[in-house]
Design a protein around this ligand. Structure first.
Ligand code: BEZ
Ligand code: FE
Length: 289
């Protein structure tokens, strides 16, 4: 077969990929050919524009390092990460909503006892976090692993500092107690711009978009026989709740900060000074739904 033109070339390529022995690979190969060809037919790029597109993707790849994943940032800012998240989390009604993992999760974060200060010296207003973890049957989950991480008052994560992984702060792991509850102390995080000094930042500028995310605390919560929950809690008084650059905000994850006075807390813990409080009850879906 030869002499392909702009209408016959798509079928020719589809014909060529149709023999992929792995069915899933075949379905994906066919879809990418169809959508990519339709995209080109719609946009009708000039040769110069196509070369610029390839140079852009090349820069995205070149920006990636062990601690910087520009392709994930591209997926996040084009709303693709949240679309993949939505497709993979068609959860039962009362299960806690999910959102993007983001690039600042660190494997093997330090484990803390309940009630400890996990801020690692980050400067900001003190914050109490109290939570409960249950299954969709409302039964408390004892020993759930609750991992959390957040930015400081300037909107930076520990791993963005010069010392990076060597000076972790504002992150950790705790385990729920016999009532399925956990608590820790930290500081109030600020809204922040995603890393925008690379090609994704250039794209945002060209699209006249700001790079900000509203203030939030990330959580990853796991327990046997439950689907691991990746989510954030957003602070209700934060800017950018309606224009999050990665489209991750959901109403059910927005929390008003409460005021906690020195002494006993609403959940029977005790703090030594006045502070803001973030309270939330997480519900894990069953694994293998
Ligand atoms: C974050 O919340 O840490 C994040 C998520 C997506 C892109 C950049 C940062
Ligand atoms: Fe974040």
């Amino acid at each position: 077969m030869r002499n392909f033109d702009e209408t016959t070339i798509t079928e020719a390529v589809l014909e060529r990929v149709r023999n992929a022995p792995n069915l899933r690979q075949r379905i994906i190969s066919e879809a990418i050919v169809r959508h990519l060809h339709d995209f080109v037919r719609e946009v009708e790029p000039s040769q110069k524009e196509w070369a610029e597109a390839i140079a852009f993707l090349t820069r995205v790849g070149q920006k990636c390092t062990d601690t910087r994943q520009e392709f994930i940032l591209l997926s996040d800012t084009l709303g693709v990460s949240m679309l993949v998240d939505a497709i993979n989390h068609r959860l039962p009604g009362n299960a806690t909503q999910t959102t993007v993992l983001g690039p600042f999760h660190v494997a093997d974060a330090p484990e803390f006892a309940l009630g400890e200060d996990i801020s690692g010296g980050m400067a900001s207003e003190p914050l109490l976090v109290e939570g409960r973890v249950s299954g969709i049957d409302a039964k408390p989950i004892i020993g759930a692993v609750v991992e959390f991480w957040h930015a400081d008052a300037e909107g930076f994560y520990d791993v963005q500092s010069e010392t990076g992984l060597a000076s972790l702060a504002g992150r950790g792991i705790v385990r729920t107690d016999a009532k399925g509850e956990f608590w820790f102390r930290t500081v109030v995080p600020a809204a922040y711009p995603i890393p925008d000094d690379g090609p994704v930042g250039d794209m945002l500028k060209a699209q006249a978009r700001h790079p900000y995310r509203p203030a939030h605390v990330h959580f990853m919560i796991s327990a046997p026989n439950c689907e691991t929950l990746v989510t954030h809690l957003f602070l209700a008084d934060s800017e950018y709740l309606d224009s999050d650059v990665v489209f991750g905000v959901k109403d059910a994850l927005i929390c008003e900060l409460e005021t906690q006075s020195v002494g006993p807390t609403a959940r029977g813990n005790r703090v030594a000074k006045d502070m803001a409080a973030l309270r939330y009850d997480f519900v894990l879906a069953d694994a293998g739904r």
